[in-house]
Design a protein around this ligand. Structure first.
Ligand SMILES: Cc1cc2nc3c(=O)[nH]c(=O)nc-3n(C[C@H](O)[C@H](O)[C@H](O)COP(=O)(O)OP(=O)(O)OC[C@H]3O[C@@H](n4cnc5c(N)ncnc54)[C@H](O)[C@@H]3O)c2cc1C
Length: 596
């Protein structure tokens, strides 16, 4: 069975040495009292919970999966899931970054995000039960009426109830404008919803007393397309005016999906048969309200792959130090043993270092981005809020797609380190690969994230937000321009910065001629920009490591080695990506559909 040790040292490095989050957070009135010790203590305790309670039920949960009783429509989750959820609720973990007005602890999102990285390393399938609640909480916090907030937020905060997001239908996933679920207004101000949803994560289970489904549906007078979608709260059990539970609502699980990974999570087909719901926000403006939940979920999905990358790396390293096969090409490194440990072989190291660099890079990017979410949410300066919102919007598709693509590569490499044993269930590595694969698909496929980045976030505002981020990079390069020791990092960083600027301009011009050019280049483009962002953070990390290397702390030597590996072996991937992005639309569209 795989093991998991929370990477607290690296988390502390990112939080306190790279980003100085305490100084940044203290500027926000809601977090004026935050300090280093509180953050570290929460993460240490959270790490214990993840490694001691949640990780041990990951492999067994994958093997066991979920069962549906087709008569009662109840879903049984794997052994230990319910008990672990009880411990999670009793520990107050769901409330970490929720609003104190609803019983939350009011800690920054940044802290919660790191806690969630550890939960995801420990058990992605389990983590999706509470994970979606947080998005539902945020959506209702932003768009619910006072009455809805009173009835639902306290219970979501405490974790007594969980949440879901019900968007997808059999004929519509990416194109939500086609959805058909109907909502009929009733005389009492409620709505009756009828239709079918599929692929609903944590749609049914017995971990919590109630499930708050956030459902997209159409009102009778809805205009076609995305402008005719409304959002409804449809609880599993109706909620009385005093907050107590009422009758069972007519929304139930009619089937469980049999799927490649995350077996411990119930992915449900949901039937709404005149289920009672209440409208959230304005009629026909449901998609805008739901975007609050979707954006939170996109950051969350990036975090899922970050967690998997870290845990896969940790186990692959342990295996590579232990497994003896062949001798090093340059002569035995462990002459007293029957063979050398496989960590002596350059390619095994390449696989390990790739996973390590993806984990460390992803952690820096996640933390920086979620810090912007804290600012966007809690700053009392409108300009700062707007800037942070823009940066958050720019970086969200990069987190979702770049980190999840990397997670797939990293888990696959780590499985490869195990040789044939990686393919065998009991080692846990093939589960990480299977679990990681969904992260590239749901919450908007990675193609859709790329279109969002290039089409909406970059070209639609003439690259203004990207340029602003670029200025931050340029300022760092300028600052380090005369620092001899930093040249190996700032020169390639400056180079990729220039290339992104040129590529963006070129694609912008092409898109004027034919908008399909955006679709032809977007996936490569996102990966190039993702690398630029990683290069910036690795250069900043390297600067700190160079300054502190003399302390003798091996952490900084390792950080420097990882940064050097990243610049030498991973960043150069951008050269071929830029070529393929520039190759444009023609090679993709030349062939007649009939010839496929
Ligand atoms: C395990 C699991 C859990 C899920 N959980 C939830 C959940 O909790 N709630 C929920 O509502 N949904 C959930 N989903 C649904 C998920 O979000 C959708 O599957 C996803 O959004 C893609 O939709 P689709 O499957 O219909 O694919 P499609 O939309 O049919 O896409 C098929 C392919 O076409 C591509 N494509 C589509 N449009 C374009 C375009 N304009 N340009 C280029 N390429 C395009 C896509 O990228 C994809 O490769 C889940 C799915 C799974 C498998």
């Amino acid at each position: 069975m795989p093991s998991y040790t929370p990477p607290l040292r690296d988390m502390q490095f990112v939080l306190h040495e790279l980003l100085n989050v305490v100084d940044e957070l203290k500027m926000l009135p809601a977090h004026a009292d935050i300090d280093v010790d509180t953050i570290n203590a929460v993460l240490e305790e959270g790490g214990k919970f993840c490694s001691e309670v949640i990780a041990p039920i990951n492999l067994s949960g994958d093997k066991e999966g979920c069962q549906l009783d087709k008569v009662t429509h109840e879903v049984t989750t794997p052994k230990g899931f319910k008990e672990a959820y009880k411990t999670y609720v009793e520990g107050g973990w769901p409330a970490l970054s929720c609003d104190p007005a609803y019983g939350g602890q009011g800690l920054p999102f940044t802290v919660n995000q790191f806690f969630y990285e550890m939960l995801n390393s420990a058990n992605q399938a389990w983590t999706m039960y509470p994970g979606l609640s947080h998005g539902a909480y945020e959506c209702l916090h932003a768009h619910g009426t006072e009455e809805q907030k009173r009835l639902y937020l306290t219970k979501l905060t405490s974790g007594e109830w969980t949440g879901t997001m019900c968007l997808t239908e059999p004929h519509c996933g990416t194109d939500l404008g086609m959805l058909r679920t109907k909502a009929e207004p009733q005389a009492d101000g409620t709505y009756k919803l009828t239709g079918g949803k599929i692929f609903i994560s944590a749609g049914e289970h017995a971990l919590a007393d109630n499930i708050v489904h956030l459902v997209l549906a159409r009102l009778p007078d809805a205009p076609p397309g995305t402008k005719g979608i409304s959002l409804f709260i449809v609880p599993k059990f109706l909620v009385n005016a005093d907050g107590s539970l009422g009758e069972r609502n007519a929304i139930f699980c009619s089937g469980l999906e049999h799927k490649m990974g995350i077996h411990g999570n119930s992915t449900c087909q949901m039937t709404l048969d005149g289920a009672v719901g209440t409208l959230v926000g304005q009629p026909h403006r449901g998609l805008q309200a739901m975007f609050v939940m979707m954006n939170t979920a996109r950051l969350g999905v990036g975090n899922q792959s970050l967690g998997l990358t870290e845990v896969a790396y940790q186990n692959a390293v342990a295996y590579a130090k232990d497994r003896l096969q062949m001798r090093s090409l340059s002569g035995p490194k462990a002459p007293d043993k029957a063979a050398d440990p496989i960590i002596v072989h350059p390619d095994v190291r390449k696989m390990l270092l790739t996973a390590r660099a993806f984990a460390e890079g992803g952690r820096m990017l996640q933390a920086y981005t979620v810090l912007q979410a804290d600012k966007a949410h809690a700053s009392d300066d409108e300009d700062e809020r707007k800037d942070a919102e823009a940066e958050l919007a720019l970086l969200t598709p990069i987190i979702k797609a770049f980190i999840t693509d990397n997670g797939w590569l990293a888990t696959s490499h780590c499985m490869q380190v195990y040789g044939g044993h990686g393919y065998i269930h009991e080692w846990g590595m093939e589960q990480f690969v299977r679990d990681a694969r969904i992260n590239m698909l749901y919450e908007g496929t990675n193609t859709i994230q790329s279109l969002d980045l290039l089409g909406r976030k970059v070209l639609q505002n003439n690259g203004a937000t990207l340029k602003k981020f670029g200025k931050q990079i340029a300022a760092f390069i300028e600052e380090e321009g005369t620092n001899e020791a930093m040249q190996e990092f700032v020169n390639p960083l400056a180079d990729i910065g220039d290339k992104v600027t040129k590529l963006t301009q070129e694609l912008g011009m092409k898109a004027f001629g034919n908008p399909d050019e955006v679709g032809a280049a977007a996936v490569d483009y996102l990966r190039v920009v993702g690398h630029m962002v990683f290069a910036y953070f690795f250069a900043r990390a390297a600067k700190i490591a160079l300054t502190k290397e003399a302390s003798g702390d091996p952490f900084y030597r390792a950080k420097l080695a990882t940064a050097r590996f990243y610049f030498a072996k991973l960043l150069p991937e951008t050269a071929s990506l830029i070529r393929t992005a520039r190759a444009g639309l023609k090679p993709l569209m030349e062939m007649d559909e009939a010839l496929f």
